[in-house]
Design a protein around this ligand. Structure first.
Ligand code: UDX
Length: 465
């Protein structure tokens, strides 16, 4: 099918690349001229595992092109709207980009269009879109409006596209549902090989869920809010474990064994971030208020999450006392591993507080440093995790990249000023780290004193600092 995708952000570009991989003829529009130029030159504007190859391959095969919104509207029989819906001051989603696309579609398009709303939007946006199109379109335009919320996670977005739990479509008539089924048929019938695993066998049977548009829109907000709630819940249990002398690792594991609860999203830490959970949570609270429902449960989820950063900085201060003038090594800046996305990253909030307290921060992140540097220049950005640790009074882990699992703790113990690790994601082994002379301070009562006390030596020359 000829498909257009409007907006080449994380969702739009992944959707465009993956739809092309399914064999569709895809045209992806981007309004930011600099970003568009980069895309046309074969460059990706952000890091997402496996996406670069996929985009290049499909461009070379002629199945994926980039250009203007106007061209996208003229060419696509299906138009996926993937523009941003950033939060406004009051927490509501700003829908102006969606309205503007709808206006352009109404003005230009002729014949039939399947208009797919993929951006996360408040309930009844589909209804508004329909009304808007009816008011502003020419008599020659016919259309269906479909809600097709996105559940891709950054860092595993390509994988998620080919292995969805469900493909959700909110429609008002069966013609639109059939068209959406046709678009996703290769995934639903597992006739396409997953480009990450290069196999069809690994693909699970995805559910094709058809609802009305209001329900589909609501499912997306409810899903993200529920996951955010799980994280805040386990973070509070972690605090209780710490205060009462229990071990959050063991508690979360055993709680998660109950299939009604499930083990995922029970990882305690410095809180959730990114461009989805914080804004979707706020938007959902506002939506509920608008419809007269008091969803203060979610306000509490948000409040708990905001406090995580504060609490973690307190933990650092408990160990180091005064931060002014102290060298602190920060590992991880992105809001989660496998992405360079720093939007609403709790790591950056911790970093800002450390700087405000007068600490000298040496930071390392495998992907997010270029973006972080633009936002926070007063940090020494290092070429690797070892350079960041030289002379540090503490290593503070804020994003759980796999790379940190393989750290050489013997080497680190000789690089740092003081062998102290504060693990903001409870991801490293207290036992392994303490065996190499480090004091380990995690979240939720997980800590260990050093088992050895090696001499601190300056290995700066050895690691070419
Ligand atoms: C989320 C949803 O998972 C996805 O379905 C939706 O389409 C977009 O929003 P994403 O924001 O990419 O995806 O990241 P996710 O993996 O869900 O993590 C969100 C945040 O929660 C991260 O900051 C992560 O570090 C944090 N988190 C996650 C925890 O603190 N603990 C956990 O147990 C899980």
């Amino acid at each position: 099918m000829r498909i257009s995708v409007i907006g080449a952000g994380y969702v739009g570009l992944t959707t465009a690349g993956c739809l092309a991989e399914l064999g569709h003829d895809v045209f992806c529009a981007e309004a930011d001229v600099q970003k568009l130029a980069r895309l046309c030159a074969g460059e990706l504007p952000f890091f997402e595992p496996n996406l670069d190859d996929l985009v290049q391959r499909n461009r070379a095969a002629g199945r994926l092109q980039f250009g203007s919104t106007e061209d996208a509207i003229d060419r696509g029989r299906a138009i996926f709207i993937c523009v941003g819906t950033p939060p406004m001051e009051n927490g509501e989603a700003d829908l102006s980009a969606i309205e503007s696309v709808a206006r352009t579609i109404a003005r230009r398009a002729q014949g039939y269009r399947l208009i797919v709303e993929k951006s996360t939007v408040p309930v009844q946006t589909g209804r508004q879109l329909r009304r808007h199109l009816a008011l502003h379109s020419s008599s020659t335009l016919t259309y269906d409006v479909v809600s097709n919320p996105e559940f891709l996670r950054e860092g595993t977005a390509v994988e998620d596209f080919f292995h969805p739990d469900r493909i959700l479509v909110g429609v008002e008539d069966s013609r639109a549902a059939e068209a959406m089924h046709e678009i996703y048929r290769p995934v639903l019938e597992r006739t396409v090989a997953c480009p990450v695993h290069h196999s069809k066998d690994c693909m699970k049977q995805a559910k094709f869920v058809v609802t009305d548009t209001n329900s589909a829109e609501l499912i997306k907000h409810a899903s993200n809010s529920f996951l955010a709630m799980k994280i805040s819940f386990i973070n509070m249990v972690a605090d209780l474990c710490e205060a009462a002398g229990a071990d959050i690792g063991k508690v979360a594991e055993a709680v998660g064994l109950d299939p009604r609860i499930g083990s995922s999203f029970l990882q305690p830490g410095i809180g959730f971030g990114g461009f989805c959970f914080p804004k979707d949570l706020q938007a959902f609270v506002r939506i509920a208020e608008k419809f007269g429902c008091d969803f203060s449960l979610l306000k509490e989820v948000e409040r708990i999450n905001k406090n995580r950063v504060e609490k973690f900085v307190e933990k650092i201060k408990n160990e180091l006392w005064v931060l002014r003038g102290k060298r602190i090594c920060v590992w991880g800046l992105a809001f989660k591993p496998k992405t360079d996305d720093i939007r609403f990253a709790p790591a950056l909030s911790v970093l800002r507080q450390l700087l405000a307290e007068g600490a000298q921060v040496q930071a390392y992140d495998p992907q997010a440093m270029a973006k972080a540097q633009l936002e926070i220049p007063d940090v020494t950005y290092c070429k690797d995790m070892y350079e960041a640790a030289v002379g540090a009074e503490a290593i503070v882990l804020l994003t759980e990249w796999d790379e940190f699992q393989g750290a050489d703790w013997d080497l680190l113990s000789r690089l740092v000023q003081r062998p102290l690790l504060l693990d903001g994601r409870n991801t490293l082994s207290a036992e392994q780290v303490s065996a190499c002379g480090f004091q380990y301070v995690g979240i939720g009562g997980i800590s260990a004193m050093p088992k050895t006390h090696p001499q601190v030596a300056d290995l700066a020359a050895e690691v070419h600092v």
